[in-house]
Design a protein around this ligand. Structure first.
Ligand code: NDP
Length: 284
């Protein structure tokens, strides 16, 4: 019998914890502030930014939104980030990805001060994750770890397979699982015998970006299945990377899409904003 891990429930618990921390900071006269930059009018990015704003409101975090036109020049974006870096009242800076193609994403991310880098994309923060000594964790992988902890799912000695090796999900996910003493395999588009590898997994994390990529014949009985994928179907519905209906019958735990990993990503962003605020006010 499988259990659905509800990202809605777990993220709510995280946001309530964050709201308490924010309240305690306010009692000391400290206000947390997150600046979100959106360049262009990508509808999916707009939805994510709105959701982040709502979460800030719930937690009591002041949110600043900078919506720039798609044709914004690199120098203009740099100027804004430098201004926010220097502004002591801004604790976290997030630049919504993807950026329009003419902008240098890497240069932009590297410019955000590491102590305000609440997405944990700056190379300095990535390095801290590699050595297991960090302030901020990348939001999606950290949100997944929170879900596993919430359900008391231990990774110690488990075979974990992460499908996908992106810098924002796959690679940091593998590092966090390794830190919890899992044996981790990372699969990608050049992996040979993917089905064989995945079918040996106690825990599967699918971050591919292909609807129904993980099928029931790849899943071992009792596996924990975490579906990171967000794919918009022709009928407008969202679908994950896992064939949920078929795979759930073999799983012990499984996350749905929507209502799974997505809300956790935002909850972790709120957590990272509190951490940034505490660090900048020497509270941590
Ligand atoms: P990327 O496109 O950056 O990475 C996809 C990965 O999947 C790559 O490593 C790629 O391999 C691998 N891949 C592609 N095709 C195959 C294949 N046939 N077999 C095995 N591996 C394959 O995506 P992201 O990591 O940014 O995101 C992945 C998914 O998660 C997307 O649907 C995205 O929308 C979603 N997402 C959801 C979030 C949430 O909050 N729920 C947050 C972030 C992302 P290779 O490197 O070889 O090309």
């Amino acid at each position: 019998m499988y259990k659905i891990i509800s990202g809605k429930d777990v993220s709510q618990a995280v946001k309530c914890r964050v709201a308490d921390e924010i309240k305690a900071l306010k009692d000391e006269g400290i206000e947390a502030c997150l600046a979100v930059i959106l360049v262009g009018d990508d509808p999916a990015s707009r939805v994510y930014v709105n959701n982040k704003k709502k979460a800030c409101e719930f937690c009591g975090i002041r949110s600043l939104e900078y919506v720039l036109p798609a044709e914004t020049k690199q120098e203009e974006l740099i100027e804004l980030i430098e201004k926010l870096n220097a502004d002591k009242s801004v604790n976290g800076i997030l630049c919504q990805l993807p950026l329009p193609k003419h902008l240098d994403e890497k240069a932009v991310l590297n410019l955000i001060k590491p102590e305000k880098d609440v997405d944990a994309f700056h190379p300095e923060n990535v390095g801290h994750i590699m050595i297991g000594d960090f302030n901020f964790l990348p939001c999606t992988p950290a949100g997944i770890m929170e879900m596993l902890r919430y359900e008391n799912i231990s990774l110690d000695g488990k075979n974990c397979v992460v499908i996908g090796r992106s810098n924002i999900v796959g690679k940091p996910m593998a590092m966090l699982m390794l830190k919890e003493n899992a044996t981790v395999t990372i699969c990608h588009s050049r992996t040979q015998n993917l089905k064989e590898i995945v079918s040996g997994a106690d825990v599967i994390v699918a971050a591919v970006g292909r609807p129904n990529f993980v099928t029931a014949d790849m899943v071992k009985d009792g596996a924990v299945i975490i579906d990171v994928g967000i794919n918009r179907m022709e009928d407008g519905k969202l679908c994950g990377d896992v064939d949920f209906e078929a795979c759930k019958e073999k799983a012990s735990y499984i996350t749905p899409v929507p209502g799974g990993v997505g809300p956790m990503t935002i909850a972790t962003l709120m957590q990272n904003t509190v951490t940034a605020t505490k660090i900048q006010n020497s509270k941590e």
